[in-house]
Design a protein around this ligand. Structure first.
Ligand SMILES: [Zn+2]
Length: 115
C-alpha cells in the first residue's frame, strides 16, 4: 500500500499564492508576542528612481502589542519584485514563525499552570 500512497499523495499541492508577509515580533519591554500580516500589494509604499521607474518598495509599520500597548516601528525595504531586502525594528525584535509558535505555546502553558 505504500507505493499507492506515494503515487497519489506524494505531490503536495501548493495553494494560491499568498500575497502576505507575516511578521512575528516580540516586544522588548514586556516580551509580548505579536503576529502581523502585511499585504504586499496594498500596504507597501513605492520608491521611484530618477527616471520615475519603480525602483523598489518600502514599508513602515506601527505594531502594538496587547500587553503594554507600546508601539513598535518596523521598517522593511523591498526590491521592485517585492522581495524583502532588509528589515529593522524599533522597540522590539523580529522572531521566526517557529519561535513565535513555541513561545506562545509556552505562554499558554504557564497560564494554565497558574490559572
Ligand atoms: Zn509590550
Amino acid at each position: 500500500m505504500d507505493f499507492l500512497r506515494r503515487l497519489f499523495g506524494g505531490q503536495r499541492q501548493h495553494g494560491p499564492p499568498d500575497n502576505g508577509l507575516h511578521l512575528y515580533v516580540r516586544c522588548s519591554r514586556c516580551g509580548a508576542l505579536v503576529h502581523v500580516r502585511v499585504h504586499l500589494y496594498n500596504d507597501l509604499a513605492v520608491d521611484y528612481d530618477d527616471n520615475e521607474n519603480v525602483s523598489g518598495y518600502w514599508l513602515r509599520k506601527e505594531i502594538m502589542d496587547s500587553r503594554c500597548f507600546r508601539l513598535m516601528y518596523a521598517d522593511i525595504t523591498f526590491d521592485r519584485n517585492r522581495r524583502e531586502i532588509q528589515r529593522s525594528i524599533e522597540g522590539g525584535e523580529f522572531i521566526s514563525a517557529e519561535e513565535y509558535g513555541r513561545l506562545s505555546q509556552e505562554a499558554n502553558g504557564r497560564k494554565q499552570e497558574t490559572g
